[in-house]
Design a protein around this ligand. Structure first.
Ligand code: NAP
Length: 336
């Protein structure tokens, strides 16, 4: 029988980043593991997610999710093996998905974990294409942008975790044309392989030029992962009754001043545009529907999701910083 550990390592927020996060904003610490309480489980985390939204939580601002506290451990999505349990509902040996990442071991209520089948798909998949990432892409296209068959769909951040999923799901749902933007020639080549009809490197020139060349006929749906110049370019190219799913604005997450809004927003009036923001957590009711479709698309080879791995808890802060800077293709994950 495995010896139950009495200590573990975790990453705490050492200071609030100003602009781009630096490794000194994080601290690795060793802490005691308390005794398990009733209905609690002890999980040995094997893989954890680093996500753009965590950057917002490092600021001391009110948002849809509470900020991280300086001096306290970070948290986020993780999968691991249950190595001790005081709950009849979750057995030792189960693999569980939960929200206590950024640590090697986590103690949490059994009710806060969901058992995943790592025989059906690797643990990491439940943090990416089969998890929050894939659901975000699906929700953004369907419930938020109300994509229809034949639509021309533009996705920014297209080689990232959500972006790869969004392009392929748009294609699976019958989009007429799918266009993506990404930050390197390799990423552009990769998303073309994944089924994007047109793709451009937004670092090669103004986004507006890249988009207009890729879609001279205009676009119907914009799946916005980036904000800023991408949003402005999309507003310029959207057709009558075009729709924007405002998923994220990663170009602005490290901003130290309030970023300006799109200069051409008033075009939304004449073009009858809809710009609708969303948080995937509000669409949990679509998770089962998505999982069914995703399993089918994955099995049929219509949906793939790249993964970029880093190893070791101590490298998680750098993985997070590198993800914000574009080092990942597909989902950025840390093996623990
Ligand atoms: P990701 O796309 O896998 O990783 C972030 C990517 O952003 C980087 O790889 C980088 O790729 C790109 N990027 C960084 N700075 C940029 C800039 N200035 N301009 C353009 N691209 C830039 O991350 P993800 O987890 O899939 O998240 C993608 C977006 O979805 C984020 O905005 C995130 O906040 C949002 N999101 C929203 C929800 C929701 O519920 N609304 C849920 C999940 C994620 P390049 O090399 O291409 O620059």
């Amino acid at each position: 029988m495995t010896q139950t550990p009495t200590t573990t390592r975790q990453i705490a927020l050492a200071s609030r980043p100003h602009g781009k996060p630096e490794t000194h904003d994080f601290r690795v610490e060793t802490v005691d593991l308390p005794e398990l309480g009733a209905e609690e489980i002890l999980v040995r985390n094997t893989v954890m997610s680093v996500d753009p939204y965590m950057r917002g939580r490092m600021n001391d601002v009110k948002s849809y999710v509470a900020p991280f506290d300086v001096g306290s451990p970070l948290d986020g999505g993780a999968v691991g093996e249950v190595i001790a349990s005081r709950s009849a509902k979750v057995a030792v040996g189960s693999q569980v998905l939960h929200g206590s990442g950024w640590r090697e071991h986590a103690i949490l209520p059994a009710a806060a974990a969901s058992v995943v089948d790592v025989g059906a798909a690797p643990a990491s998949r439940y943090l990416g294409i089969l998890g929050m990432t894939g659901l975000t892409a699906y929700v953004g296209l369907t419930a938020v942008a109300e994509m229809r068959e034949g639509d021309t769909v533009f996705v920014s951040g297209a080689a990232g975790a959500v972006g790869q999923a969004a392009g392929q799901i748009a294609r699976a749902l019958g989009a007429g044309k799918v266009i993506g933007s990404a930050g390197s020639a390799n990423k552009v080549a990769r998303i073309r392989e994944l089924g994007y009809d047109e793709a451009f490197n937004y670092k090669d020139g103004p986004v507006h030029d890249g988009l207009r060349a890729a879609a001279p006929e205009g676009i119907d749906v914009y799946f916005d992962n980036v904000g800023g110049d991408h949003l402005e370019a999309a507003i310029g190219e959207l057709r009558l009754f075009g729709r924007v799913a405002m998923c994220g604005a990663i170009s602005q997450y490290n901003a130290t001043e309030p970023p300006p809004g799109p200069h051409n927003l008033s075009l939304a009036i004449g073009k009858n545009l809809t710009l609708r923001g969303f948080i995937v957590g509000q669409y949990a009711h679509l998770a089962q529907e998505y999982r069914g479709k995703a399993a089918e698309w994955l099995a049929g080879g219509r949906l793939q999701g790249d993964e970029t791995f880093r190893d070791g808890l101590e490298n998680a802060p750098q993985a997070f910083i590198d993800m914000l800077g574009g080092a990942n293709t597909g989902k950025m994950l840390v093996r623990l």
